[in-house]
Ligand binder design. Structure first.
Ligand code: AMP
Length: 208
């Protein structure tokens, strides 16, 4: 399976990707996770990405494309992959098409998880993750077990201001690539409102 997950920030891409990669036994390639790891490790890429990410801006295409194409060339991607958070611009989508064509790889589907804008900020500012397990919770909608609450962390870009900036970027830069994949007949639209279990079932039905 070669799948791309697209959707606004807070749509549940990370949560769903984690579930789907287990079912399909493919690697989860989250460009956001890769960039956060680069920032934490203070690599050259991380230093260049840090400021853009904190503001809620996109990291420049050249950096993200090189990082992702390199990752897709690794042996574990030979049997498939779940791309989460890439592509996010038309330039990234075109670069991905080129890289896949060169490798004679065909995408199975692009899944768009749709959530109305008025639900996004509430989803994002209550989001917390567990650094020990990588699991994502929401303080109201998916409350963590009380014994782990103290160790949960909030992403630096999960503030209301950064969230609004990310949502604006999504509409300006990422929404147009939805049309690009729809024209190719690869797009599956999935309603992202509901429990994580419900959304997972909808995605699996769309991919079946
Ligand atoms: P995410 O974890 O997917 O919400 O990504 C967090 C942040 O990482 C984004 O707000 C961007 O600053 C950066 N980022 C992740 N993926 C990309 C991408 N494909 N292109 C540009 N910036 C990205």
């Amino acid at each position: 399976m070669r799948i791309i997950l697209v959707g606004p920030p807070g749509a549940g891409k990370g949560t769903q990707a984690a579930r789907l990669v287990d079912s399909y036994n493919i690697p989860h390639i989250s460009t956001g996770d890769m960039l956060r790891a680069a920032v934490a490790a203070k690599t050259e890429l991380g230093k260049q990405a840090d400021e853009c990410m904190s503001r809620g801006d996109l990291v420049p295409d050249g950096l993200v494309i090189a990082m992702t194409v390199e990752r897709l060339g690794q042996p574990d991607c030979a049997r498939g992959f779940m791309l989460d958070g890439f592509p996010r611009t038309r330039a990234q989508a075109f670069a991905l098409t080129d890289a896949l064509e060169k490798a004679a790889i065909v995408l199975d589907a692009v899944v768009l998880i749709e959530v109305p804008d008025d639900q996004i900020v509430g989803r994002i500012v209550g989001r917390r993750s567990d650094p020990e397990t990588g699991k994502i919770y929401h303080l109201s909608f998916q409350p963590p077990p009380p014994e782990i609450v103290d160790r949960l962390v909030q992403r630096k870009d999960d503030t209301e201001d950064a969230c609004r900036a990310r949502l604006a970027k999504y509409h300006a830069e990422t929404a147009p690539i939805v049309d690009y994949y729809a024209e190719q007949g690869r797009l599956k639209r999935v309603d992202g409102v509901g429990s994580a279990d419900e959304v997972e079932l909808r995605i699996k039905a769309a991919l079946a």
